[in-house]
Design a protein around this ligand. Structure first.
Ligand code: URP
Ligand code: ZN
Ligand code: ZN
Length: 455
């Protein structure tokens, strides 16, 4: 007898959509057939609904000390919100302390996360210090099931160009993928000082101190270094046209350069920083102009954007207000963990892209790039991380119907046609039509495979 059968739905894969039933036993998908007649402990009718793999969010910052405070969602609130938006695996950034072995960084964060997470989770290590033996400690991390690292070219903990290059070189040896937050730090600092000295302190100057070219130039440099090192590179939260073009050029020449973007860059332009609540949209990189947004959408359609993430890093309104008269004091980051899959699926529902494309960039590509062997599709043997989506359900986003601990959302008032109605993690129902029904601590640390060797 099966534990769960989902009947009469339309199954969505990256390459096809078809009517089938899907059966689950011991948390795994064990049959996908036209008609499953066997008994099940639980049977869900998905007539007129779509059945999709749960999304994987490869970029979140939960309970992260940052910007003079700690991001507002801890591992419980953040993962609770994730599953209520159809995301069943989250990748959080474990930021290394100076002098700390990277595997210890992972263990330190896992100790916080394990008792709280309601869905499965993985970590990327945010690299700060590769002095002495610490560079070699990356290998231990890969062996522990964490084969991905991120370097920041900005912020006070950003790495030097030399460290970035060393990390890229090391990644080839150990089967790791390096992510980069690419913005030109010197330019950001110079422009920030200039605007402040001119008394230009509103949120719009956050954007003007990090304009298109500040990100685009850093993307180009990062790609050049990856090429020189013969390493793979994953550009996180890509938000500009110049960078998109650089990724496309590198991909066309066969270089293993991958790009992630986020829903906020696909929906908002830099005009949001002129709004009275512009500070709430402050994140880095900032939202850019219409041309960049168009280039990102075109990149999705062409296959040059590999994944979608949220960069979920919410702060409370009172914290955002610190920078009401000085954009430098606004903690960088916005909420989005519950909005990624519903937003992308609503774009498919409106005909802008296909549902198959959404599954590709929100699930299967992400699983493949980051070595999540049991996740990312509805194939037999995979974890039964499943979302049932009602393409006819209308939903308006309000902070009050979100499930995180934040007190505002940049997505307030945005209307979506179509919405997830049920989420299962390893076959267990965790979200049911507006309500979180999961359990704290149910989520498991996901040990991942290293990158495959390249010729
Ligand atoms: O503004 C952002 N994105 N905050 C989180 C840290 C980062 O850069 O990813
Ligand atoms: Zn970043
Ligand atoms: Zn981030």
């Amino acid at each position: 007898m099966y534990d769960l059968v989902i009947k009469n739905g339309t199954i969505i894969t990256p390459s096809s959509s078809f009517k089938a039933d899907i059966a689950v036993k011991n948390g795994k998908i064990c049959a996908v057939e036209e008609h499953i007649e066997d008994d099940a402990l639980e049977c869900v009718d998905a007539s007129k609904k779509m059945v999709l793999p749960g999304a994987i969010d490869p970029h979140t910052h939960l309970a992260m000390p940052f910007g003079g405070t700690v991001s507002a969602d801890d591992y419980y609130a953040g993962t609770r919100a994730a599953v209520c938006g159809g995301t069943t695996t989250v990748f959080d950034f474990a930021l290394q302390d100076f002098g700390e072995k990277m595997v210890d960084t992972v263990k330190r964060r896992d100790a916080l996360c394990a008792p709280d997470a309601v869905c499965d989770y993985a970590f990327h290590v945010g690299v700060k210090d590769v002095s002495g033996e610490l560079l070699d400690s990356m290998k231990e991390c890969v062996e522990y099931g964490v084969p991905s690292f991120k370097v920041f070219m900005v912020y006070d903990f950003g790495v030097t160009d030399g460290i970035f290059f060393k990390v890229l070189e090391k990644s080839k040896e150990i089967g790791a993928l390096i992510g980069v937050h690419a913005e030109n730090n010197e330019m950001v600092n110079m422009l920030t000082e200039k605007y402040i000295s001119e008394g230009k302190t509103s949120a719009y100057y956050h954007y003007l101190s990090r304009p298109e070219w500040v990100e685009g130039e850093a993307d180009e440099r990062a790609i050049d270094w990856a090429k020189a090192a013969g390493a793979e590179l994953y550009i996180v939260h890509l938000a500009n046209k110049q960078g998109m073009k650089a990724v496309e050029k590198a991909k066309a020449k066969g270089y293993p350069i991958y790009a992630e973007t986020c829903p906020q860059y696909l929906y908002f332009t830099s005009d949001v920083y002129k709004r009275e609540d512009g500070r709430n949209f402050v994140c880095s990189p900032p939202m850019k102009g219409q041309e960049s947004m168009d280039a990102l959408w075109a990149g999705i359609k062409k296959g040059s954007i590999d994944t979608i993430s949220t960069d979920h890093c919410p702060f409370l309104q009172a914290e955002k207000d610190w920078g009401i008269n000085d954009f430098r004091k606004i903690p960088n980051g916005c909420a989005g963990i519950e909005n990624m899959y519903p937003f992308m699926l609503a774009q498919a529902n409106a005909g802008r892209i296909t549902f198959n494309k959404v599954v590709e960039i929100c699930c299967s590509n992400t699983a493949k790039l980051f070595g999540c062997d049991t996740k990312g599709s509805l194939d037999i043997g995979k974890d039964a991380d499943i979302v049932i989506y009602d393409p006819e359900k209308d939903f308006t986003i309000h902070n009050s119907n979100m499930h995180s601990d934040t007190d505002h959302t940049i997505w307030e008032g945005v209307k979506l046609h179509g919405y997830p109605i049920k989420t299962f993690v390893r076959g267990t129902l965790v979200y049911d039509n507006g309500e979180f029904v999961g359990k704290r601590g149910f989520g498991k640390f996901l040990k991942r495979s290293p990158r495959p060797k390249r010729a």
